[in-house]
Ligand binder design. Structure first.
Ligand code: FNR
Length: 379
């Protein structure tokens, strides 16, 4: 469909689901185990309602903010997601150019499918700010080289992912090669019955084997350091770069407090494993139990953000910005750079009208008192 028929993020996902290959869709859409946390990341927003204020002037409504002193037009960023080229030949470059046109920050994945240099080169303006997401290799030399490369290429923050030391068990992703095998059999059934049609699992080539066992996600995470600690890893990273450090994958209040004590610049509340609390719930608890943390470090969250109202709820609770992962993968897969721009424009329109409905004309007007938790879900 024409891009202007895409009215919301669900429409965008629906288009992507039609154009993506089985492998890309399996990888992009799947989540750990029974996908309970993935679904609840989305649904948990629907337990939060607003207490809008009226008779406040909102004809001028400013959605801009600063993230680690970078000005951005909206309190959203592109979360790091691997292998954008599975969905579109230009892959991560679509995200980079779309981020430039809409003035938001892109966090580039350690497992990007273009080189970190090619992504930096895709920027229309060398001043465009990119952050770098680090999966720390268990080989210290390789890990250090990766950070130094990102610094040299001009990335402006290092975002260390700490919640994905082992691969999530994404069963829909793992099943894809078998599904493809089955489809091949169906195809070849129309031709002359040959050996191919009855290929046994044991005949699969080695590299396909590793993907069969691990899925795309598993094949990527083999070399991650599983022995990171607060006292060794953060000082190590601090010793090799002066860039701001953001810890991605905080899943409870206690670790948010430890991150602030460790002297990092920001955290992203985020999860990779099933039955982690939904990100927005962790943010809610952090705001309630430790409001002081929001004064010390910048707090971001991602997971399940699909509407402007979701963004607004997180900002009310003290987040400086929220990230989106799958929605950007879907948008760039379906429409390339134009899809990325469309996605941001949709969210912008939703954020502006949502703020106006709340009586807020800047992000500073969004305060915790505007969000009320109920014990039932709205959908
Ligand atoms: C991810 N995510 C991720 N995170 C990270 O730190 N490094 C990475 O390389 C990836 N890769 C990746 C690939 C795919 C296909 C998905 C779906 C996710 C997690 C990502 O940054 C983010 O936390 C979630 O995607 C946020 O949830 P939503 O917005 O997808 O609901």
């Amino acid at each position: 469909p024409a891009l202007n028929r895409v009215l919301n993020l669900q429409d965008m996902e629906d288009v992507a689901r039609k154009v993506l290959s089985f492998r890309a869709l399996g990888y992009y859409s799947s989540a750990s185990d029974d996908e309970i946390t993935h679904n609840q990341n989305i649904l948990a927003f629907s337990r939060l309602f607003f207490s809008p204020r009226v008779l406040r002037p909102v004809s001028i409504c400013d959605t801009s903010t600063t993230l680690l002193s970078t000005h951005t037009s909206l309190p959203i960023f592109i979360s790091p997601a691997a292998l954008a080229r599975l969905g579109h030949p230009l892959g991560e470059a679509n995200l980079t150019r779309g981020a430039h046109r809409t003035n938001i920050i892109q966090i580039v994945s350690s497992d990007a499918s273009l080189s970190y240099e090619a992504i930096a080169d895709a920027r229309p303006d060398p001043n465009q700010v990119l952050w770098f997401q680090l999966y720390k290799n268990k080989d210290r030399v390789k890990a250090e080289a990766r950070v130094r490369e990102a610094v040299k290429l001009g990335y402006k923050a290092i975002c260390l992912t700490v919640d994905a030391i082992v691969a999530g068990n994404r069963e829909r992703d793992i099943r894809v090669p078998w599904m493809l095998d089955d489809m091949e059999k169906l195809d070849s059934a129309h031709e002359v019955e040959g050996d191919d049609a009855v290929r046994a699992p044991g005949d699969t080539k080695m590299e396909e084997m590793s993907i069969n066992i691990l899925g795309t996600a598993g094949a990527l995470s083999n070399n991650n350091d599983r022995d990171m600690t607060w006292t060794k890893t953060i000082p190590w990273l601090r010793s090799i770069t002066k860039l701001p450090i953001v810890i991605k994958g905080i899943q409870c209040v206690a670790d948010a407090v430890l991150a602030a004590e460790a002297g990092v610049d920001g955290i992203i509340i985020s999860n990779h494993g099933d039955y982690s609390l939904p990100s927005i719930e962790v943010l809610y608890r952090l705001r309630k139990e430790r409001p002081d943390i929001f004064e010390k470090i910048e707090v971001y969250m991602d997971g399940g953000v699909r509407r402007g109202t979701d963004v607004i709820k997180a900002i009310c609770l003290g987040a400086k910005a929220v990230g989106l992962g799958r929605p950007f993968l879907y948008a760039q897969s379906a429409y390339g750079e134009a899809g990325v721009v469309r996605l941001v424009r949709i969210l912008e329109r939703e954020i502006v009208s949502g703020m106006q409905m709340l009586g807020a004309r800047s992000l500073n007007d969004l305060i915790p008192e505007m969000v009320v938790k109920v014990d039932w879900q709205s959908r």
